[in-house]
Design a protein. Structure first.
Lengths: 529, 184, 566
C-alpha cells in the first residue's frame, strides 16, 4: 500500500545541482525507517525557476521543498514522512511561482493579470511525467475524449480558430487557419508534425513541457490529427533532448496501452499514432521545411516555398507543423472553449506565453505569463528585478526571429502584433536581460557567430554574408575598423536580411541592425580614429 | 589651360599594363597634346613631383614595404588615382603566394627551384621586406577609378583617359570591363 | 494548362500555368540573371541572383522558384534588385579564389559574365578565404574547390539527370563543400564519369582535362552529330578548334537522352589509343604494305571475281555504308551478315522507346547489362527507380543494376518476377542477347502488358536490320570481306576464308590476318545516318576532315561495285 509519493525534480538543471544525490539520500533514509514499501520515489519535472532547484514534492499533501541538499532530503524524510511535521525552513520560497498555492504576487491593477497564469505549466513540476495516471488525474485526455465523443473535426478546428491561438514558434501564424489549409486538402494521408527541435540560444520553454508534461503534447497532436484528418504524427525532437525523448517515448507507450493513442481511440473509430524522430544537432532543422527534409532522410536545408508544408509537407503530403507550446495549448482550449481562452492575454494575442528568462536579473528560469504584459513587469515582478548594482539596458528575445528590445520599449505590451509594430519580435520565447555593463558589439558578435556556425550553406547571403558580418564585427572589436567598414557592415546586414532564403539568414543580421538602431554610438565608439 | 599632369608607377607587376598603354599606338600623339607625363617607370623621373599631379596611375599590387610606400606617395600627390590592371585592382597573379607563408615562398623561389644550385635567400638593407600578403592598391589607399584586365586593352585604357580628358568620370561596361585576358 | 496573364516590367505577358516568373520573363524576352538555376535541373533558389520585385509581396522573390500567377505585377530590374545582385556577386568573389586571370574558364564563366553585367570593377569585401584542395583523381575532369560557388548544379545533375547520387554537400555554412560519396576522392568514388556535372558547372570548378585552356567559346566551333558508341544514339555537341577535337557536350533538348551522356559518349573516344589505319594496306611478301587505293581496290575486285565470298559487317557504321555493303554482297551472290548477335524476338508485348523506361513502374532487366553497354538506358532505369519504380534483374551473372534492384533472380526463377510484376501498370522489359528462352517463356503470362526494349549490342544494329543483315559466323569461302569500322574485335575471331579484306579504322588482331586493309573514317569524320534504338534515323555530321587517304565505306563500296561491273 503506497501512502505517499515523493517527486524529486529531475530536469537537467536539477540534476546538475545534485538531484540524483538528493534522491539517493531520500531512498536510503526511507529504507532506514522501513518506509520503502509504502512511499515511492521518482523524478519529476522541474518547477522552472532555476535558483530553487532541486525541489522535492510530497503528495498527496502537495508540499514542495526547495532548494534541497542531500542532507536536507534525509531530514525531510525523518521530519515530514516519519514524524509528520512539515519542515518550514526548507519550504519553497513563497514567491517561487509554483502553481496555485504559492503565487504571492502583487494583486493585478485594472485590466492586468499579475499573478503568473499557468495554463501550459499547470502540471509541470506537479505531476509525475512518467505516470499517465497522474496526467489523467489532472484533466488529462479529457479534451480528447470530449472531442471524439461530442464534437466533429470541424468543430474542433473552429474552437481553435475562434480561440485566436497563434503559433508559438516565433512567427505567430494563426493555428486554426493553418489547420484549415490541411483539413481542406483531399489527400487521404496527412501528417501532424510537432516541432520540438528547440535550438534557439537560451530557449528552453518546450523542453520544460516535454520533460514535465509530455502527455499534453501527445493530446494536442491527437486533437490536431482529429481536426484535420491525419492519422499519424511525428515529434521531431532536438537530438540533445535525451531526457525529453525518453519521457515522450514512455508517454507514447503508456497512451497506447491505455487506448488514448493508437487504433480506434476510446472506441471512437479515430486512429492516431505518434512517432519520435531525433534531430542530429543542426539548428536549421528547426526551420519547418528543413525539418521535413531531415525527417525524410535528406540534408536539412530549407525548401522552396510555396508550396508550403500544408500542401507539400512530409513525404510531399499535407502536413501541419506546430511548435510544442502551440500544441500544448490545444487541450485546454478544447476543454474550456474559445471564450475562456480569450479571457487570457490580449484581444489580438489571446492566451499565455512562456518565456525563458536569463541574464542580469535576480530570478532566472521559465515563466508563464499572459500575453500582453510588459517587459518591465517581467523584469521587475517575475524576474525579481535587476541584479544589485545593475540597471536595465536591453533585452534580447531569442532565436531566429528575435531582436534587441531597448529600455524605451519596456512598457510595450508583449504580444505578436504590438512587438511587430515596434519593429521588434517576441522570438522564440527567450528573454536575455542585459544590464548596463553589457557590450552591444560583443553581444552582436556572439549572436552572429551562432548564426554563422549554424547557417546551412544553401544560399549565398546567409552562407557568405554571416562570415563577412562576423569578420567585420571582429575588426570592429579589435579596433581596426574605420567608418567605411561600419558602413559596409550595415550594408551587408541590410542586404542579407533582404535576400536570404529562409528565416535563419534573414534573422542573422538582426542583432547588428537592431544594435545599430538603438545603440549606434557603441559601434561608433569602437572605430579606429 | 595648361596640360594635365599625369604620373604613373608600377608596383608588383610585369609591366604589361604599361605595354598595353603603349598599344594605343598613334593615339599617343593626340594624348600628349593634352597631357604632361611628369614621371613614370619608363622615364628618368620615377617619382611623382612633390607639388602633385592631376592623375596618378598605379599598376601592380602591393607586395612589399617599398610598394606600400610608393602607393601612399602616389595617393598623396594625386588628385585622382587610377588602379590600372588586375594586379592593382585585385592583387593579381602575385596573390598566388597568399596561400603560403612568406618564408616558404622565399625558400621555394630561391633555394628549392629545380634550376637553383647553392641558392640563398637574398638579404640586404636595400631590399624591401615582403608584406604578409599581396593585396590590391585599393586595400591600402583609397582609389578613385578601377580598370581591371590582364592587361586592360589599349582601347579600355584609351576610354578611361579620354573620358577623364573630357571631364567625365569613366563608366566601365561592355568591352572595356574585362578581367584577365578576356578583353583580348 | 491554362493561360496566365501577368505584367513584367510594365509589359503584358501571357504564359502557361505552372511556369515560373523566370520562364515567363524569358518567353517575353526579359533576361533575369541566374547562377544556381539551370533549365535542365530542378529549381534551387539559393544564389538569389534572380530576385525580382512583386507587387503586394513584402519581400523580394526569386524568379526561378516563384510560380507565375494571374494578375501578378513583376519588376525584374530595379535599383534594389541590382543592388542585391551585386551584393551576391561581391559575396561570391570574397568567398573563395575567383581570380579570373589564372582560370581556364575566363571568358566562358557565368560568374564572370554576371560580374561584368553588374559593373563589378573591383572588390570591396575582405577576402579571408583559405586555399581549397584540387581533386584531380578522376581521369577526365578535375574538381577545383577554389572556384566553386556551391550552386549545387553538379549535385542536382548527379542526382536528377544521372541518378547516380555520387555528389552531395558536406558540412554546413561557410564550411560547406561539394563532396563525393562519404567524402572520398572523386576518383575513388561511385562516380561513373558521365560528365553531366562538368557540363552544368557555371564556373571553373569542374575542369575538363582535355579542353582546358584549349579555346574560349568565341574561338571554337560547335557541330551537332550523333553518338556512335552504342545503339542508343544520343545527340552530341562536338567542340573543335583548329581541327582539334576539344570536348563533347550533351544536347539538352534532344531525344531520347535529353543531354545525358555517358563516359563512352563524352570522354573515351577522345582518348583513343589504338593505332589508326590511314592508308590502304596490301599484304606483300607476307607483310602489310602501304599502297594506293587503285592498287588495293583493283586487287580486291580481281580476287572477288568468280570467287565464293562472305561479307561480315560490324554494325558500327552508317546506314548508307551498311546498305551499300549488303547490296555489293547480293550482287556478288555471296552471303552477307553481321558479326554481332541480336536480341531474340519475344513473340508478345509491344515495343517500348527508351523514354518509356522513365515512366515505368516496373522494370524487368533480363540478359542485359545496360550500365555496361547502353549506359544511358541504365541511368534511365536508375531514374525510374528513384521515382519509385520497381527494378527486377533476371540473369545468371553479376549485373551492376543489382545494387538498385528490388528483386534479383537467376533465369530459372524468372517466374517470380512475372508474379511480382503482375499488378504493375507500366511494365518495361529491357533485354538483350543474354535473355534465356526459359525467361522469355516465364514472362509470357504478362503478355501485351509488357513494353519491351530490345537492346542491340551493336552500335547501329537497327541500320543493319534495315539492310537485311543477320548474324553469321565466319565460314570457309574464297574471300571474306569484313566491314569493321571502329569496332574492336575479339582476339579469338578467326576467319577461315582464303583471302581477307578488312575495312577498318584501327589496326587489330584482324588486320594482322588480313590480305587487304582499307582505312575508314571515324565517327566525327563522316556524314550519313544511323538508326537509333527507337528506330529514329539520325544524321552524322562531319566534324573534322578525315586524313587524306581515308575514304568513307560507302564511297569505297561504290567504287568497288563499279570496278566489279567493268
Amino acid at each position: 500500500m503506497i501512502r505517499a509519493t515523493i517527486l524529486v525534480s529531475g530536469d537537467p538543471q536539477s540534476l546538475s545541482r545534485g538531484a540524483e544525490e538528493v534522491k539517493l539520500a531520500i531512498e536510503a533514509e526511507l529504507s532506514f525507517y522501513g518506509l520503502a514499501n509504502e512511499i515511492e520515489v521518482g523524478f519529476g519535472g522541474g518547477v522552472t525557476r532555476v535558483d530553487v532547484l532541486p525541489t522535492v514534492s510530497i503528495y498527496p499533501e502537495g508540499v514542495i521543498y526547495g532548494p534541497v541538499k542531500p542532507a536536507d532530503g534525509a531530514f525531510i524524510v525523518e521530519e515530514h514522512l516519519y514524524k509528520g511535521r512539515v519542515v518550514e525552513h526548507l519550504l519553497l520560497p513563497t514567491d517561487a511561482l509554483v502553481s496555485g498555492q504559492l503565487a504571492s504576487l502583487p494583486a493585478g491593477k485594472e485590466g492586468k493579470q499579475y499573478a503568473e497564469k499557468r495554463v501550459l505549466l499547470r502540471r509541470v513540476g506537479v505531476v509525475d511525467p512518467y505516470s499517465i495516471e497522474d496526467y489523467v488525474a489532472h484533466d488529462g485526455y479529457f479534451a480528447l475524449g470530449q472531442a471524439l465523443t461530442t464534437m466533429t473535426p470541424t468543430e474542433v478546428m473552429n474552437v481553435v480558430r475562434e480561440s485566436g491561438l497563434q503559433g508559438r514558434g516565433g512567427a505567430g501564424f494563426p493555428t486554426g487557419l493553418k489547420w484549415s489549409f490541411v483539413a481542406s486538402r483531399a489527400e487521404e494521408t496527412k501528417y501532424i508534425v510537432c516541432n520540438a527541435d528547440e535550438s534557439e540560444p537560451g530557449t528552453f520553454k518546450d523542453r520544460m513541457i516535454l520533460e514535465g508534461d509530455p502527455h499534453a503534447v501527445l493530446e494536442g497532436m491527437a486533437l490536431a490529427g482529429y481536426a484535420v484528418g491525419a492519422h499519424e504524427g511525428w515529434i521531431y525532437i532536438r537530438g540533445e533532448y535525451v531526457l525529453s525523448k525518453e519521457r515522450l517515448e514512455q508517454a507514447i507507450r503508456q497512451a497506447e496501452e491505455l487506448g488514448v493513442l493508437g487504433d480506434d481511440i476510446m472506441g471512437s473509430g479515430f486512429s492516431f499514432h505518434i512517432h519520435v524522430h531525433a534531430g542530429a544537432g543542426a539548428y536549421i532543422c528547426g526551420e519547418e521545411t528543413a525539418l521535413l527534409e531531415s525527417m525524410e532522410g535528406k540534408r536539412g536545408t530549407p525548401r522552396i516555398r510555396p508550396p508550403y508544408p500544408t500542401v507539400n509537407g512530409y513525404r510531399g503530403l499535407p502536413t501541419v507543423v506546430n511548435n510544442v507550446e502551440t500544441l500544448a495549448n490545444v487541450p485546454p482550449i478544447v476543454l474550456n472553449g474559445a471564450a475562456w481562452y480569450r479571457t487570457l492575454g490580449t484581444k489580438r494575442s489571446p492566451g499565455t506565453k512562456l518565456y525563458s528568462v536569463m541574464g542580469d536579473v535576480n530570478i532566472t528560469g521559465l515563466i508563464e505569463v499572459p500575453m500582453g504584459i510588459t517587459l518591465r513587469e517581467v523584469v521587475d515582478i517575475y524576474a525579481g528585478g535587476m541584479k544589485a548594482g545593475k540597471t536595465f539596458k536591453c533585452a534580447q528575445t531569442g532565436g531566429a526571429s528575435g531582436s534587441i528590445i531597448p529600455a524605451a520599449l519596456l512598457d510595450i505590451p508583449m504580444d505578436f502584433a504590438s512587438m511587430a509594430e515596434q519593429g521588434a519580435s517576441l522570438g522564440s520565447g527567450a528573454l536575455l536581460i542585459c544590464g548596463d555593463d553589457t557590450d552591444i558589439v560583443d553581444l552582436a558578435y556572439t549572436l552572429v557567430r551562432f548564426f554563422k556556425t549554424e547557417s546551412c550553406g544553401k544560399c549565398v547571403p546567409c552562407r557568405v554574408g554571416t562570415a563577412q558580418m562576423l569578420e567585420a564585427l571582429d575588426r570592429l572589436r579589435q579596433g581596426y575598423a574605420r567608418a567605411a567598414d561600419l558602413a559596409r557592415l550595415e550594408q551587408i546586414a541590410g542586404y542579407a536580411r533582404e535576400a536570404s532564403f529562409c528565416g535563419l539568414g534573414q534573422a542573422a543580421p538582426v542583432p547588428i541592425l537592431s544594435g545599430l538602431r538603438f545603440f549606434r554610438e557603441e559601434f561608433e565608439a569602437r572605430l579606429r580614429a | 589651360m595648361g596640360k594635365i599632369k599625369v604620373a604613373t608607377q608600377w608596383l608588383e607587376a610585369c609591366a604589361g599594363c604599361h605595354m598595353s598603354f603603349l598599344d594605343i599606338d598613334e593615339r599617343i600623339v593626340e594624348f600628349f597634346k593634352h597631357v604632361e607625363l611628369t614621371s613614370s617607370p619608363l622615364t628618368d623621373l620615377k617619382h611623382p613631383p612633390e607639388e602633385g599631379v592631376d592623375v596618378g596611375i598605379l599598376t601592380g599590387g602591393i607586395g612589399n614595404e617599398d610598394e606600400l610606400h610608393e602607393a601612399q606617395e602616389m595617393r598623396e600627390r594625386s588628385k585622382l588615382l587610377i588602379a590600372l590592371g588586375d594586379c592593382a585592382v585585385f592583387g593579381g597573379i602575385c596573390t598566388m603566394r597568399n596561400f603560403f607563408p612568406t618564408e616558404e615562398v622565399l625558400r621555394r623561389g630561391y633555394i628549392e627551384t629545380e634550376s637553383t644550385v647553392d641558392g640563398q635567400i637574398p638579404q640586404h638593407e636595400d631590399l624591401a621586406p615582403l608584406t604578409d600578403k599581396v593585396s590590391g592598391v585599393g586595400d591600402v589607399v583609397p582609389v578613385d577609378i578601377y580598370l581591371p584586365g590582364c592587361p586592360p586593352t589599349a582601347d579600355a585604357i584609351w576610354h578611361v583617359l579620354t573620358e577623364l580628358l573630357a571631364g567625365r568620370m569613366p563608366k566601365l561596361e561592355g568591352k572595356v570591363l574585362k578581367y584577365g585576358m578576356d578583353g583580348g | 494548362m491554362s493561360e496566365i496573364h501577368l505584367k513584367i516590367n510594365d509589359r503584358e505577358v501571357t504564359t502557361q500555368s505552372g511556369q515560373t516568373v523566370l520562364e515567363a520573363a524569358k518567353s517575353a524576352g526579359v533576361e533575369i540573371p541566374v547562377l544556381c538555376h539551370h533549365p535542365a535541373l530542378s529549381n534551387w533558389g539559393a544564389c538569389r541572383m534572380c530576385v525580382v520585385e512583386v507587387e503586394g509581396m513584402r519581400t523580394l522573390q526569386t524568379a526561378c522558384t516563384l510560380p507565375a500567377t494571374e494578375g501578378m505585377v513583376v519588376k525584374t530590374h530595379t535599383e534594389q534588385t541590382f543592388d542585391i545582385r551585386k551584393f551576391v556577386l561581391e559575396l561570391l568573389f570574397s568567398e573563395r579564389n575567383h581570380y579570373c586571370m589564372y582560370c581556364q574558364m575566363s571568358g566562358d564563366c557565368e560568374l564572370q559574365d554576371q560580374a561584368y553585367g553588374h559593373g563589378l570593377d573591383h572588390w570591396t569585401y575582405p577576402r579571408p578565404y583559405e586555399k581549397q584542395e584540387v581533386d584531380a583523381t578522376r581521369k577526365y575532369f578535375i574538381m577545383d574547390h577554389n572556384r566553386c560557388i556551391l550552386c549545387s548544379r553538379c549535385v542536382r545533375a548527379c542526382t536528377e539527370i544521372a541518378a547516380n547520387h555520387t555528389l552531395g554537400l558536406r558540412n554546413r555554412g561557410a564550411q560547406t563543400m561539394i563532396s563525393a560519396d562519404l567524402n572520398v576522392p572523386f576518383g575513388a568514388s561511385s562516380c561513373v564519369e558521365c560528365g553531366t556535372c562538368l557540363q552544368v558547372c557555371p564556373t571553373g570548378a569542374l575542369i575538363d582535362a582535355r579542353s582546358a585552356y584549349g579555346g574560349r567559346e568565341k574561338d571554337v566551333t560547335h557541330t551537332q552529330t550523333t553518338c556512335m558508341q552504342c545503339s542508343v544514339g544520343c545527340d552530341l555537341d562536338v567542340v573543335t578548334r583548329y581541327n582539334r577535337l576539344l570536348r563533347v557536350d550533351g544536347v539538352w533538348d534532344s531525344a531520347p537522352n535529353g543531354g545525358l551522356l555517358c563516359v563512352d559518349g563524352r570522354f573515351t573516344p577522345l582518348y583513343e589509343t589504338r593505332k589508326r589505319v590511314v592508308k590502304p594496306l596490301v599484304r606483300k611478301d607476307g607483310k602489310l604494305t602501304e599502297s594506293s587505293w587503285e592498287e588495293a581496290l583493283g586487287l580486291v575486285a580481281d580476287t572477288l571475281k568468280g570467287s565464293t565470298c562472305q561479307g561480315l559487317a560490324a554494325c558500327a557504321t552508317t546506314n548508307e555504308a551498311l546498305a551499300a555493303f549488303a547490296g555489293l554482297m547480293t550482287q556478288l551472290g555471296g552471303q552477307a551478315g553481321r558479326l554481332e548477335p541480336v536480341a531474340p524476338a519475344l513473340g508478345y508485348g509491344v515495343p517500348a522507346t527508351v523514354a518509356d523506361v522513365l515512366d515505368a513502374d516496373f522494370i524487368i532487366v533480363a540478359g542485359a547489362q545496360p550500365l555496361e553497354y547502353q549506359r544511358v538506358v541504365g541511368y534511365f532505369i536508375h531514374r525510374a527507380a528513384d521515382k519509385g519504380a520497381t527494378v527486377a534483374v533476371i540473369g545468371d551473372s553479376e549485373n551492376a543494376l543489382n545494387k538498385r534492384a528490388a528483386l534479383s533472380v537467376a533465369s530459372a526463377q524468372a517466374g517470380v518476377v512475372a508474379q511480382a510484376a503482375a499488378d504493375a501498370e507500366k511494365i518495361v522489359l529491357v533485354y538483350s542477347v543474354g535473355i534465356k528462352p526459359e525467361v522469355v517463356a516465364a514472362l509470357k503470362p504478362l503478355g501485351d502488358k509488357v513494353s519491351f526494349l530490345a537492346l542491340d549490342p551493336a552500335r547501329n544494329g537497327k541500320g543493319a536490320e534495315a539492310a537485311g543483315l543477320k548474324p553469321q559466323s565466319p565460314t570457309k569461302t574464297d574471300v571474306a570481306y569484313i566491314l569493321l569500322g571502329e569496332q574492336p574485335v575479339a582476339d579469338a575471331l578467326r576467319v577461315p576464308a582464303g583471302f581477307k579484306v578488312v575495312q577498318t579504322a584501327y589496326h587489330s588482331a584482324l588486320t594482322e590476318q588480313a590480305d587487304v586493309v582499307l582505312p575508314t573514317p571515324l565517327w566525327y569524320e563522316r556524314s550519313g545516318h544511323v538508326t537509333t534504338l527507337d528506330g529514329v534515323d539520325k544524321s552524322l555530321q562531319t566534324v573534322l576532315p578525315a586524313p587524306a587517304d581515308v575514304r568513307d565505306e560507302s564511297v569505297v563500296l561504290a567504287q568497288l561495285t563499279a570496278l566489279l561491273r567493268s
